[in-house]
Write a protein that binds this ligand. Structure first.
Ligand SMILES: Nc1nc2c([nH]c(=O)n2[C@H]2C[C@H](O)[C@@H](COP(=O)(O)OP(=O)(O)OP(=O)(O)O)O2)c(=O)[nH]1
Length: 143
């Protein structure tokens, strides 16, 4: 029952939506993932990850997203780069270093392609624009 239908309704989030990404590093290379969807982002490359669900920590969201998108278990480590404000300040991208557990091998369950990039190949794919400063911050972490 609507108790006060004349009151204004809050339709926008007060806090920016948190989006987490995993910079999975193995053998001195980082995993880049090619987006399949939506059409305007298809062909751009990103870190596996996604939105943090209500009640979930950032680390829990990263572990869940890596299972869903790549079928792997990861250990989440340090932050890489700064918070990146996106979508007119309505979202924030936070990227963490991650490592693969149990010898798991990533599969492109939701992406159109996966590629391991060494320091010399870091800029060989067209990253989503918001990721540029993170990719720069990754350079010193790769031999
Ligand atoms: N996962 C990820 N998203 C990124 C990166 N850079 C970047 O701008 N984004 C943007 C793309 C999307 O607008 C948003 C993440 O949305 P998403 O669709 O991947 O999130 P999700 O997996 O939770 O998707 P859904 O459940 O809402 O379908 O953040 C990145 O490196 N990784």
């Amino acid at each position: 029952m609507d108790l006060a239908p004349w009151l204004p309704v809050q339709t926008e989030r007060l806090m920016p939506r948190i989006i987490v990404g995993a910079a999975i590093i193995a053998d001195g290379r980082v995993l880049a993932c090619e987006r399949a969807l939506p059409p305007e982002m298809a062909g751009k490359w990103e870190f596996p990850g996604g939105k943090v669900d209500p009640g979930e920590t950032e680390v829990q969201a990263l572990i869940r997203e890596c299972q869903e998108e790549l079928g792997v278990n990861v250990a989440v480590g340090a932050r890489v780069g700064d918070d990146i404000s996106m979508l007119n300040g309505t979202a924030v991208l936070k990227v963490y270093v991650a490592t693969l557990l149990n010898g798991d091998q990533p599969l492109p369950l939701e992406h159109s392609d996966l590629r391991w990039l060494g320091s010399k190949e870091l800029y060989s794919v067209p990253w989503l624009p918001a990721d540029a400063p993170i990719v720069t911050a990754l350079e010193p972490l790769l031999p």
